[in-house]
Ligand binder design. Structure first.
Ligand code: IPE
Ligand code: IPE
Ligand code: MG
Ligand code: MG
Ligand code: MG
Length: 311
């Protein structure tokens, strides 16, 4: 994950992440990837027979991704004084939901994309029917992962409630995004889309981590606030990168949004105002971390990464 946006492009207000951030992020990614692999090895033939569905289910998870949401679960848990291993089931669960959302997002009936995470999209490899089913399975399996975690029943109930709520918001946002295509740009709709299709799940990631650490109400509230603002900045940047980024860095096609007249931040407000809006959200995200002091240094770095990233 490199950061190449210059101070002129990004504005001096957001410095790049501090030294050691890349190694820190890579270490979390490796833990998440190892846990995903161990999980699917342990599930084994439980994924079924007589079709390529087990392969399709694992394909989009295996081909990579930044693992931003599981990283947020694990780091939020640590920041609240918890043991990250206890948050692993929630970290895997949210990556499964996110990957389900990407598989369906890429379908011909939605964004009709053929490249994701630098590889052919799920339906290009396995066909539309299996891609739909792989997404359905990952969504459901995410919940079963949570229910099988070692947390106590009350905590599991709260985790499931939060994850399903975040997922419902994501799906509602996707509905507003799809039905917004080709219509005159509407700033209110853009804000709704961003808050729902992306920010809700990123907020949920922070909440899940805090809950796994038995955080108090104020810690939970502040981390949720951080995640909400971070999620808005993340989607504004995703919209910007569709216009200004490269296929090679992003691992997905670019210039897709304008082609189908998507309701994006740059379409509604222009590139400069969008960059400014992303900076405002990042400042708000960082401000929400104040009570955690130095312990939240990496979450601050992650916020800076989100708006200075090129991938
Ligand atoms: C892409 O998310 C979809 C959006 C919500 C914008 P990411 O950019 O986090 O995708 P991966 O997980 O790194 O592939
Ligand atoms: C998708 O937003 C957000 C999801 C819930 C998957 P986009 O359609 O902009 O995501 P990309 O650009 O295809 O990754
Ligand atoms: Mg989309
Ligand atoms: Mg898309
Ligand atoms: Mg996009």
């Amino acid at each position: 994950m490199r950061n190449v946006q210059t101070a002129d492009e990004a504005g001096a207000a957001v410095p790049p992440p501090s030294e050691g951030f890349q190694a820190w992020a890579q270490a979390w990614r490796e833990r998440v990837d190892a846990a995903l692999q161990a999980h699917f090895e342990s599930v084994g033939t439980g994924l079924g027979q007589h079709s390529r569905l087990p392969e399709a289910i694992q394909y989009s998870l295996r081909i990579g991704g930044k693992r931003l949401r599981p990283m947020l679960v694990l780091e939020s848990c640590v920041v609240c004084g918890g043991d990250w291993q206890r948050a692993l089931p929630a970290a895997l669960a949210i990556e499964m939901v996110h990957t389900f959302s990407l598989i369906h997002d890429d379908l011909p009936a939605m964004d009709d994309d053929d490249l994701r995470r630098g590889q052919p999209t799920n339906h290009k490899v396995y066909g539309e029917a299996l891609a739909v089913l792989a997404g359905d399975f990952l969504m459901t399996h995410a919940i079963s992962c949570l229910t099988r975690s070692e947390a106590d029943a009350h905590v599991i109930g709260t985790l499931v409630r939060d994850l399903t709520c975040g997922t419902e918001h994501m799906i509602l946002g996707q509905g507003a995004d799809i039905e917004g295509e080709g219509r005159p740009v509407d700033a209110d709709r853009v804000r709704y889309i961003h808050a729902h299709k992306t920010s809700a799940l990123i907020e949920t990631a922070c909440r899940l981590g805090a809950l796994c650490a038995s955080a108090d109400a104020r810690q939970l509230e502040q981390l949720a606030d951080y995640g909400r603002h971070l999620g808005l900045a993340f989607q504004i940047t995703d919209d910007l990168l569709d216009e200004t980024g490269t296929e090679q860095n992003l691992g997905k096609r670019v210039h897709k949004d304008a082609n189908v007249a998507k309701q994006t931040y740059p379409a509604a407000f222009g590139l400069d105002a969008s960059r400014q809006a992303a900076r405002v959200e990042i400042d708000a995200a960082v401000a929400a971390l104040e009570m955690f002091g130095a312990r939240a240094a990496r979450l601050r770095d992650l916020a800076r990464f989100v708006v200075t990233r090129d991938r």
